[in-house]
Ligand binder design. Structure first.
Ligand SMILES: Cc1cc2nc3c(=O)[nH]c(=O)nc-3n(C[C@H](O)[C@H](O)[C@H](O)COP(=O)(O)O)c2cc1C
Length: 220
């Protein structure tokens, strides 16, 4: 797929078919992402993919923690507040999604339902977890973000769909234990990976973007 088309047509998918994704294909996607740039070629990323019955066990564990009201403890704390104009964009996204869903998505019961859907990997057959050594700093988190986008673009180019999920970092200690990842690693992001499910109509419209002029200036 042509690069610009790949970037502009990738979108977060939240309804997957149950069709499995072969290990070889997951390896190809992660292998392609390894060509992402990184600070001094430090490549500060590690990925664990989980599928099949082990993924179902992980989902069950996360749902159980949620039922027990275990406090959310991501390795990277979620921001408490957002500055403008970022705050307005988030509010707009949530308002539009609330209208589509016919419920207030900011209400606690909606957040709970949304977390459960996230923990079920939205029905995807494969989950990816992105880690790096917790002693690394902001530049390395930056590198890992680029790596995550590379994985999503490679998946999209292969006809697969993804959604990056901060919610999949909620119970980082337990997830690391489950996946056999040492606790000195920082869980940065979870992603669902699979073939898109349902018809195009069943996927919510993709969120719009700010105008180019609001984020870009060309000085000459
Ligand atoms: C770091 C990060 C964390 C995200 N966390 C979640 C999440 O927990 N659950 C979810 O459904 N979507 C999550 N998203 C997806 C965003 O909502 C989505 O990327 C955004 O609305 C833009 O839509 P698009 O990806 O379709 O272009 C996350 C995206 C990023 C980059």
């Amino acid at each position: 797929m042509e690069a610009i088309k790949c970037i502009t047509t990738r979108s977060s998918v939240r309804k997957f078919s149950a069709d499995p994704v072969e290990e070889e294909l997951v390896r190809e996607i992660v292998g392609a992402a390894q060509w992402s740039p990184s600070y001094k070629n430090s490549q500060p990323w590690e990925v664990v993919a989980v599928s099949g019955s082990r993924k179902d066990e992980l989902t069950a564990m996360l749902l159980d923690l949620l039922d027990q009201k275990a406090p959310s403890a991501p390795d990277m704390p979620f921001p408490g507040c957002w500055p403008e104009p970022v705050h307005s964009r988030i509010k707009e996204l949530m308002a539009k999604r609330s209208v589509l869903a016919g419920i207030d998505l900011n209400a606690p019961e909606s957040v709970l339902r949304s977390k459960k859907a996230n923990f079920r990997f939205y029905g995807a057959p494969c989950g990816l977890f992105l880690f790096q050594d917790a002693s690394l700093g902001e530049w390395s988190i930056f590198d890992a973000g680029i790596f995550a986008q590379s994985m999503m673009l490679a998946a999209h180019a292969k006809g697969l769909a993804t959604v990056p999920q901060a919610f999949l970092t909620d119970y980082s200690t337990e997830i690391k234990k489950f996946l056999g990842v040492p606790q000195n690693m920082r869980l940065l992001l979870g992603l669902s990976l699979g073939y898109p499910g349902g018809s195009v109509d069943e996927q919510p419209p993709r969120p719009e973007r700010a105008t180019l002029d609001s984020i870009f200036r060309f000085i000459s």
